[in-house]
Design a protein. Structure first.
Lengths: 538, 169
């Protein structure tokens, strides 16, 4: 047995079923050993997408996604994917090949100081210097990635370590790390304080973030909201924590959120943030959410609490544990007046769009699409105007809404949808992107074709980098700079080169039939929707 | 309001840890006024003493972010009155007949030692609180300073009666 065999054995012990990656000499021992295992390998077409695909898989399986790439450019290409996962707290284990130990620091061919380069985007990183450390490091890496505030872990393995003989192999059953003990259980005293505040409050609101989904606390959140009639709003990463049509759900907050959701949050007298960072996109004025209200901040990462807004009651712990504890507390409160007020806001502040009948209206289209989607369908939104429309109009039933919220990485949707589809082949998975973001990841059509992964892709085409164009419209009085996508390929010809079906929608008239054909297609299919190039999200 | 804060950070004595901690400060735009690192009585543990400054929120964030680093075992923070802090400085100066006695007198007053000497140069060593180190430097401004090396501040919390309990925690 050599080091590479040991790594594979560890992956098997962690019940890893698929590895996304791209080989090169420095990771070849790994890719040689994996042939002796049942672990499926997916050859992506560029390394960044290996990390996005692993992220899509991780978000559906609730287990770390695994990436294996070579040294140098292989490793540096994967950085954007790692940073994207880090920003959204998605668990990944990234294995990178490295040059021989004795050549480290000599600037030899394809050497990159990857542990140094990713330092600010990983939860932790390792450079393996002794093959005997492999089992411990692998065990720790999976544990670190998927506990506490989840995130990516990188393991850099020099080729001589992968090739080194290993006498005996034993996968550790326990973790022994004195520096890493995340607080999962919430402090009882603090929990009681929150319940007291709920008893006192007249206008409470819960703002659910991505942490609720990551800790699998959606059921607990819904039960708690229903039990006491507490209204809920969510951040972008929290979309899907509550079914969109749930009577207690009042939409997404933030500068791209629903006006009534923001109003609800600002007017509340008790705001409970759960698993949500007070980021600039979600809460543009942190001062406002501390004004005239009690702010409770629940997060598994203590550093997130008080970073932007000092809470009245900080509560460190995992959302599921804490919400379960909340459910066990009995209290009586009547918020019916507040709910009435919120329902009124919802009516008064409903967004009205003036759509151009000569094009597909993305808002109406996305609504129709989500209504036609399966109950547990997975909707993966890319970045750009398409993301903002998706956030605003996609209706989550019992499925999932995935997007790159923190980093806003264009090109996320196609590889992430591929990862999600591999994780759940029987579920409906749809990637929705713009023509800009599509072209950032279109090389993965080959990956899906090669590995028999069904692709369902929707391209909202406007021939512009719409989000930037919109910004230039408002900020620079229509002085458009470098946002014109002229030269983009004919999508029909392009997808036929990948043996994919092609559908096209030019106006809303045919929307229902085309959506039906798109969803029922059992082959890989791309639907191109022509949208008004001058349409705005705001 | 800007405040000064001393962080005594116990870390795993591994390669790359200094880089990770220093990188945290630069990435998040925290100040490092001084930094001193050395092994503790346990060879697997190093102690980093970092002096930083910032408003209340920054000071709290620094502690939380340090605690988040997986190589950090423990973070203790003090303000200047809660701890004893020391710094070591070596100064090489050029002297002449007229100022030789003055320099020696200054060393006497400041409890500094002359640790090396040649015909025109002498090296002074002083180990004292950061303020007195600064004072010493000021006092030597009239002399021509050739080179200065400083360790950065080291600090430990003052001895209190429940110190045993603290270390057992």
């Amino acid at each position: 047995m050599n080091g590479a065999d040991a790594i594979i054995k560890c992956l098997e012990a962690e019940e890893v079923s698929v590895v996304f990656g791209y080989p090169g000499v420095a990771i070849c021992p790994f890719y040689n050993s994996i042939l002796n295992s049942n672990i499926r390998t997916i050859l992506v077409r560029t390394e960044q997408n290996a990390a996005h695909a692993a992220s899509g898989l991780a978000r559906i399986t609730n287990k770390p996604g695994v990436v294996a790439v070579t040294s140098g450019p292989g490793a540096t290409n994967v950085i954007t994917g790692i940073a994207t996962a880090f920003a959204d707290s998605i668990p990944l284990v990234c294995i990178t090949g490295q040059v021989k130990t004795e050549q480290l620091g000599c600037d030899v061919f394809q050497e990159a100081d990857i542990t140094g380069a990713v330092e600010s985007f990983v939860k932790y990183s390792y450079l393996v210097k002794n093959p005997k450390d492999i089992p411990r490091i692998m065990k720790e890496a999976f544990h670190i990635a998927n506990t506490g505030r989840k995130g990516p872990v990188l393991i850099d393995v020099p080729i001589d370590i992968q090739n080194a003989k290993l006498e005996d192999f034993e996968y550790p059953s326990e973790i022994n790390m004195r520096t890493y003990k995340p607080t999962v259980k919430g402090n009882t005293v603090q929990i009681k304080k929150v319940i007291k505040e709920l008893e006192k409050a007249h206008k409470p609101i819960i703002c659910a973030g991505g942490g609720v989904i990551l800790s699998q606390a959606c059921t607990e959140l819904k039960t708690f909201a229903e039990k006491h009639s507490i209204p809920i709003v969510s951040t972008m990463m929290g979309l899907g924590a509550m079914p969109t049509k749930h009577p207690m759900y009042y939409g997404m907050v933030g500068n791209n959120g629903k006006p009534y959701a923001n109003k609800a949050m600002n007017e509340s007298d008790l705001l409970i943030m759960v698993g949500a960072s007070v980021s600039d996109r979600a809460v543009s004025q942190p001062g406002l959410i501390m004004k005239n209200k009690v702010l409770v901040h629940i997060d598994v990462d203590p550093a997130e609490i008080g970073k932007m807004a000092g809470p009245t009651i900080p509560l460190v712990g995992d959302a599921r544990h804490i919400l379960t504890d909340f459910l066990q507390e009995d209290f009586v409160a009547d918020y019916s007046e507040w709910i009435q007020e919120l329902n009124q806001y919802k009516e008064e502040l409903a967004v009205k769009r003036n759509s151009n009948p000569n094009f597909v209206d993305p808002a109406a289209f996305i609504e129709k699409l989500s209504e036609a989607m399966e109950e547990d369908g997975i909707y993966v939104a890319d970045v750009g105007q398409n993301q903002i429309w998706s956030c605003a109009y996609h209706i989550v039933k019992n499925g999932r809404f995935l997007t790159s919220g923190g980093m806003g990485t264009m090109g996320y949707s196609i590889p992430a949808a591929m990862g999600a589809k591999i994780a759940a082949p029987s579920r409906q998975v749809i990637a929705v992107c713009g023509d800009g973001s599509f072209q950032m990841s279109m090389m993965e059509l080959a990956t899906m074709r090669q590995h028999g992964v069904q692709a369902k892709i929707i391209v909202l085409k406007n021939n512009y980098l719409g989000m930037v164009r919109e910004y230039q419209h408002y900020t620079y009085e229509d002085h458009y700079s470098v946002v014109d996508l002229t030269g983009s390929p004919d999508l029909e010809k392009l997808v036929s080169a990948y043996d994919m079906d092609y559908l096209r929608l030019d106006t809303m008239e045919q929307a229902d039939q085309v959506i039906k054909a798109f969803l029922e297609d059992e082959e890989s299919v791309l639907l191109e929707c022509n949208i008004d190039p001058y349409d705005l999200v705001k | 309001m800007m405040k000064k804060r001393i962080y005594s950070v116990l870390v795993e004595n591994r390669s790359g840890v200094l880089c990770k901690v220093a990188g945290l400060f630069s990435r998040r735009c925290y100040n490092i006024d001084s930094l001193a690192v050395g092994e503790t009585d346990d060879s697997q543990v190093s102690c980093m003493t970092i002096v930083s400054s910032g408003d209340q929120r920054t000071i709290e964030q620094i502690e939380k972010q340090l605690n988040k680093k997986l190589d950090v075992i423990k973070v203790k923070t003090y303000d200047e009155i809660q701890c004893i802090s020391r710094e070591l400085m070596l100064i090489k100066v050029k002297y002449n007949k007229t100022n030789r006695r003055d320099i020696m007198e200054l060393c006497d007053i400041m409890k500094a030692d002359i640790v090396d000497m040649s015909k025109h140069f002498m090296m002074i060593q002083i180990c004292d609180s950061p303020e007195r180190i600064r004072l010493m430097l000021d006092m030597l401004k009239t002399v021509s300073i050739v080179e200065v090396a400083r360790t950065g501040t080291l600090a430990l919390s003052k001895c209190i009666e429940n110190d045993d309990k603290q270390s057992n925690q």
